[in-house]
Design a protein around this ligand. Structure first.
Ligand SMILES: *Cc1c(COP(=O)(O)O)cnc(C)c1O
Length: 414
């Protein structure tokens, strides 16, 4: 999208504002499916938690995508957006047996990642097909919060517990139709991914009724200059050959599934915020924006570096700024970043704001969450209204203290 288009949207819909470009989402989806066109049965399940707006989900539905969900509420959102239950996979971690049963009853593919729940579920519903999340114990992921496949991770059933796993399946006679891994976001190295895949193929041989193998996600996209991204074309070439080989060995055309979030939506997103104050201290020039980690927490939570540009003065001379917010706590978006000269009232744009940005926003400091706009067919469509004071107090039940103390007084006088 162009600067002028973004500025016009900030003008029309106010700020702070999230904007998503449907064309970029579509091209990323097509890029991934093209990279794996040599696989007969490919399934891309978009990871809802990255960006869960209903209109975005509907867009994925028109593309032919399925959904990857981690809570019953995400399942409900998907169904609400028009997805058939059979196009949804549910990969929770640490949820109750009851929630898993409720999701299974909706006809959604469930994916179980611990032996305790697997045994209980299998004993009660031996006929319901279940996918198993394996932890291959491969170190991947850009940082410790999103690296979920290592040896002491809470995710998945350890590959070393295979004998125990097989015993449960034999005892319960349950039907295992899929096998899955998700080793973490931000995979830097295709070879690591392929290595983990080999462990999954080896594990898959233990199951006779598989319909699919799910390789999770972790596709990396560039955030800042010099970042490397997952070469999905090379991965497609290598994994397709290996997968097709495996299917021959296995004696059945399986479905190859992926469940990317970041890869599909990160680069499609823009976060726009106005500069309230330019504050020069003895050491630093701060640009303070009408936002904070209540709207975009990734820089503070993950040390994520989002590229920032001054849309209002793109040709201005570069200066060094620390971009911070209005939260009464440290909320640094960027330290000593080179940005075109900033004046109060300018609109800054944060790039890569599609994934894990709005979905992690909160009302901290009793601020409203931003509005969201989908840029589609050269037009901005409001897909989430800006919140109002009513939204802040909607679920609160005020206590009338004067009534309580009046009652108390009456009682003590009696
Ligand atoms: C979060 C998640 C994903 C998506 O990860 P990205 O890094 O956004 O691609 C996929 N699968 C599962 C099980 C997840 O929890």
């Amino acid at each position: 999208m162009t600067n002028d288009q973004l500025l016009a949207l900030a003008e029309a819909f106010g700020n702070p504002l999230y904007v998503y470009d449907s064309k970029k989402i579509t091209s990323q989806y097509n890029r991934l499916t093209n990279a794996f066109k040599g696989v007969k049965n490919l399934r891309v399940n978009y990871a809802v938690k990255a960006l869960s707006n209903i209109s975005v989900l509907k867009l994925f539905n028109t593309l032919g995508s399925g959904l990857d969900t981690v809570s019953i509420q995400e399942v409900q959102l998907g169904i609400h957006a028009g997805f058939l239950p059979e196009k949804i996979i549910y990969t929770p971690n640490g949820v109750s047996l009851e929630e898993i049963e409720q999701v299974a009853a909706l006809g959604v593919q469930i994916n179980i990642d611990n032996l305790s729940v697997l045994e209980q579920f299998g004993a009660r519903h031996p006929k319901v097909p279940v996918c198993i999340r394996i932890n291959p114990h491969v170190m991947a992921g850009g940082n410790s919060k999103i690296s979920v496949g290592h040896i002491d991770s809470k995710f998945g059933i350890s590959i070393h517990q295979m004998p125990h796993l097989l015993r449960i399946i034999e005892n319960t006679k349950m039907n295992i139709n899929g096998i899955h891994m998700h080793t973490g976001s931000d995979i830097l190295d295709i070879e690591v991914f392929l290595y983990a895949s080999e462990i999954l193929f080896e594990a898959a041989k233990n199951f006779k009724n598989l319909e699919f193998i799910d390789f999770g996600s972790g596709f990396k996209v560039p955030y800042k200059d010099g970042d490397i991204e997952t070469n999905v074309e090379e991965l497609g070439e290598k994994l397709t050959a290996r997968f097709n080989n495996f299917c021959q060995e296995y004696g059945k055309e399986l479905v190859l599934a992926f469940e990317p979030g970041k890869f599909l939506v990160s680069q499609a997103g823009y976060f726009l915020a106005k500069v309230n104050v330019v504050k020069q201290t003895t050491s630093t020039v701060f640009a303070q924006i009408e936002s904070g980690f209540n709207h975009l927490i990734r820089p503070m939570f993950y040390n994520a570096q989002h590229r920032i540009e001054n849309l209002s003065n793109p040709e201005g001379r570069d200066r060094f700024y620390s971009v911070v917010g209005y939260i009464c706590e440290t909320d640094t978006f960027a330290s000593n970043r080179r940005i075109a000269e900033i004046k109060e009232g300018d609109i800054l744009c944060f790039y890569n704001a599609g994934a894990y940005c709005f979905t992690m926003a909160s009302n901290y400091n009793s601020r409203y969450r931003p509005a969201e706009v989908l840029w589609h067919n050269n037009q901005g469509h409001l897909i989430t209204k800006r919140e109002t004071f009513e939204d802040l107090i909607r679920n609160q039940i005020p206590i009338d203290f004067s009534e309580i103390s009046a009652k108390k007084t009456a009682k003590s006088q009696a």
